[in-house]
Structure formats: structure tokens, C-alpha cells
Design a protein around this ligand. Structure first.
Ligand code: AMP
Ligand code: GLY
Length: 422
């Protein structure tokens, strides 16, 4: 089989790594891919939003299965386009991917189908939005409606902060069109978890539990990022919480989307806030989480290809997924300044050393190549992912890898996985 993976981050490197282990696959392409993937896949210089280019490539190469990593091509309708031409593709169709690409749509679905979530209202005008903030006080959360690369959410500790965020988003200065509508919602307390499941639009198979670390600094301090590290399993997802999330969040949402005439097929990612026995949904994503995908796939024992194929063909009723009874931890090594501006082109040393460590894999997220060396080429540069019998072992393994690697100005959190040990 020939498989095409669309994307260039740590998530896509993990997908390529896992797909490469399948006996069913003899050729993997990545578009555009990254230099770290080149050992396992043939990189094709096509951008993730070049839908005509990607379609032409898949037709020419007679790709048997295309796996879409990021949200942008999903929101542009890549799945609909490929299906029109009879190509098998893993991902949500455009009208279902809206669950991520519009926060207002997603909140409205949750409200209509009784999926527990924070109380909210949607605004397009500044004055009523400010009146809402005045009425409810702080802390309060302001979210740009559209895709903003994980940066369109302001958790405001004061009314002034919330007011500033609303003005900036609705005046069109921040996020352009993505900010022309805002969701303002109740601030929720608790601990977050990433709950992912494969679905064919009816049947739902959950993945192992995971937790992300969104804030840039140790102790969850500083601005939010795309994710500075993740681990699996996440003890905060107890069996009781798992059961509740399946019934109240996943089934209600998948059934609701079907009832709306927007059947959801792909991987559905719910960002949950767990507080005691309460489970509320912060957001949905129409894709694998990044970095969550990296520890999750390190723990997946089953061949992923039949699973992805079954989802693409619309029937997962015969699928079962086995997991390694091990923990996995991914520590993101990022460029200095991320999530703000950061330099590129710094030479990365120690990758060969790290490659010698057992039960460790270094996924490339934002790397380039210069004069035969790997260099930094993004905010999140590497996802150093370890596996161990316990979370403590997996943490040690991941940080053993991190210690071997360096470049000028590298930053990473030193407390990834600590919450799982409390
Ligand atoms: P989202 O993209 O909607 O998941 O928001 C990004 C991050 O902002 C989440 O992972 C949370 O850390 C935080 N956040 C979002 N909504 C809320 C909320 N209602 N209450 C507290 N924190 C939130
Ligand atoms: N790690 C969070 C996300 O993928 O949205």
C-alpha cells in the first residue's frame, strides 16, 4: 500500500513512524513533511493548503490512503475533494471539521445536544460583548471564533483584560476574519485532559487518555502554546470520568453531528476540564492533538493502518485497539522566544546520541537542514518522546533524551508528566 501523510509537524512525524511499522505499507509520502521524516517517508514539496496539488499527486501516485494531520486542509475541504475522486482519506469532511474551525458553531452544537460545557454567548459587536463582561465579571474567557493556531483564546483574570481582548478581536486587528466573531464564556476550574476517539460517524473507539501542557513555563505559567509536552495515560481520566466523557461528550456529539446532517468521521478530540466528578468540554478539535499524538502512538500496540482505513471507509464496528501497558511522555524542545517570535537556523546537536537510547524516539516538529546538519526551523522544534513501565520511568527516559540534545537558546519545560505522579 502507498500512504500519503499531510502535514509537517511532530504529530505527522509520529503518524509516519507508526504507519512505517505496518506490514501493509511499502511506501510512505509526506507533504510537505520535514527532514526528520525523510528516513521513513519521501517528502513531497506541497503545502498543506495546496488542495489541487495534493489531489493531483495522490491521483498520479495512486495513493491507497491519505491521512490528514492538521486542521487547515480539513477546514478547506480536502476530505470532500479526495472523496469526490474516489480516493480513500482519513479525516473529517469540511462540514464536520467546522466543530474545530468555528468555536461558535461548536458551542451551539454542545448546547443543542446537551454536551456539558461552559456557559457562553457569541458576539459580533463590541458594546453587547462588553456589557456581558460587565455583568459576569472576571475571570472570564474570550475566544476568537475562527482558527488562530491555538492562540485565539484569552483567559482574562480581570475585566480590563477581557475588554482589551474583545476590542482587539472585534476591531479586526487580531486574527483578521477569525476574530470577527467572539465567544465569551464562563471560566472553568479543574484539570484538563485530551480525550481522543476514532469514529465512523456512529461507532466510537476511544484512544488512551492523555494530558497536554499548554503553558510555556513550568507550573503552567506564562502564555499558552500549541503544547509543550504531553503524557499518556492521564490518571485524571478515571474509569468513571472516562465513562461520563464517552456518554455525555463523545456519543452526544457524534450523534448530534449526524442529526445535523454533518456526520463526523475521523478522530474527534475533546479538550475536557475535569473537576471532581464534573466533566465539561472546553473545545473540540477535528484532528489528532499535537503533541498528544506522539505519546499516544508510542503506546499503541495495534497496527494503525487498518484503523485509519476503516475510518476512511466508514465502518469501524470490527476494529479493536490494543495498547502497550506502558506510559509515555513527550517533552517539546522549543526555540527561544516561542510562542512569540523566535530565531531559525540554529544548529541542533546531540540527535545521534539521543538516537542510541532505547524506548526513546525524537519526533521532528520544526526542523530544517543546512550543510548536512539539522537546524531549528519552527517554534516547537522536537518532541522527545520516551516510554517506560511507569510514568516516572517514561519521564526519566524523555529527559535523558532531552539532556543529550541542545542548540543555542533551546527552551523546554522541566515538569512534563509531574501532574500524573501526584
Ligand atoms: P481552547 O482552544 O478553547 O481549548 O482554549 C485553550 C486553552 O485555554 C484551554 O486548553 C484552557 O487551558 C484554556 N481555556 C479555554 N476555555 C476555558 C474556560 N472556559 N475556562 C478555563 N480555561 C479555559
Ligand atoms: N495540543 C493541543 C492541540 O493539539 O490542540
Amino acid at each position: 500500500m502507498k500512504v500519503l501523510v499531510i502535514g509537517s509537524g511532530g504529530r505527522e512525524h509520529a503518524l509516519v513512524w507508526k504507519i512505517a511499522q505496518s506490514q501493509l505499507v511499502n511506501r510512505i509520502f509526506a507533504a510537505p513533511g520535514n527532514p526528520g521524516m525523510a528516513a521513513l517517508a519521501e517528502n513531497v514539496p506541497l503545502k498543506v493548503d495546496d488542495l489541487p496539488g495534493l489531489l493531483a499527486f495522490a491521483k498520479k501516485e495512486q495513493i491507497d490512503l491519505t491521512v490528514v494531520g492538521p486542521e487547515l486542509p480539513l477546514s478547506l475541504g480536502i476530505v470532500d475533494l479526495f472523496e469526490e475522486y474516489g480516493l480513500k482519506v482519513f479525516g473529517a469532511r469540511r462540514n464536520a471539521a467546522l466543530i474545530e474551525s468555528s468555536k461558535a458553531f461548536s458551542k451551539d452544537i454542545m448546547k443543542k445536544y446537551n454536551v456539558p460545557t461552559a456557559f457562553y454567548e457569541v458576539f459580533t459587536e463590541i458594546d453587547p460583548a462588553l456589557a456581558f463582561i460587565e455583568r459576569h465579571g472576571a475571570p472570564i474567557v474570550v475566544k476568537a471564533d475562527g482558527l488562530a493556531a491555538g492562540k485565539g483564546v484569552v483567559v482574562a483574570q480581570t475585566k480590563d483584560e477581557a475588554t482589551a481582548a474583545v476590542k482587539e478581536m472585534l476591531s479586526g486587528n487580531a486574527f483578521g476574519d477569525a476574530g470577527s466573531r467572539v465567544v465569551i464564556e464562563e471560566f472553568l476550574r479543574g484539570e484538563e485532559a485530551s480525550f481522543l476517539a476514532f469514529t465512523d460517524g456512529k461507532n466510537i473507539i476511544p484512544l488512551a487518555s492523555a494530558q497536554d501542557h499548554k503553558a510555556v513555563f513550568d507550573g503552567d505559567k506564562g502564555p499558552n502554546t500549541g503544547g509543550m509536552g504531553a503524557y499518556s495515560p492521564a490518571p485524571v481520566v478515571t474509569p468513571a470520568i472516562h465513562e461520563k466523557a464517552m456518554i455525555e461528550v463523545m456519543h452526544r456529539t457524534v450523534d448530534g453531528m449526524a442529526a445535523e446532517g454533518r456526520p463526523y468521521r475521523g478522530v474527534l478530540y475533546a479538550g475536557l476540564m475535569i473537576d471532581g466528578d464534573s466533566v465539561k468540554t472546553l473545545e473540540f478539535n477535528a484532528r489528532f492533538g499535537d503533541p498528544e499524538c506522539q505519546p499516544l502512538l508510542m503506546r499503541m500496540k495495534s497496527d494503525i493502518v487498518p484503523i485509519l482505513m476503516a475510518v476512511a471507509e466508514g465502518d469501524i464496528s470490527k476494529i479493536e485497539i490494543e495498547w502497550h501497558d506502558m506510559a509515555s511522555v513527550c517533552v517539546v524542545m522549543a526555540a527561544e522566544g516561542y510562542p512569540g517570535d523566535y530565531p531559525k537556523g540554529d544548529v541542533i546537536v546531540g540527535l545521534d546520541e539521543a538516537a542510541k537510547i532505547d524506548d526513546l524516539f525524537v519526533f521532528h516538529a520544526g526542523t530544517g537542514e543546512k550543510d548536512g546538519s539539522f537546524v531549528t526551523n519552527g517554534g516547537r522544534v522536537l518532541g522527545v518522546t520516551g516510554r517506560g513501565t511507569t510514568v516516572a520511568d517514561a519521564i526519566n527516559k524523555a529527559y535523558e533524551g532531552v539532556a543529550a540534545i541542545s542548540w543555542k537558546g533551546v527552551q523546554f519545560r522541566k515538569d512534563i508528566g509531574a501532574k500524573a505522579q501526584r
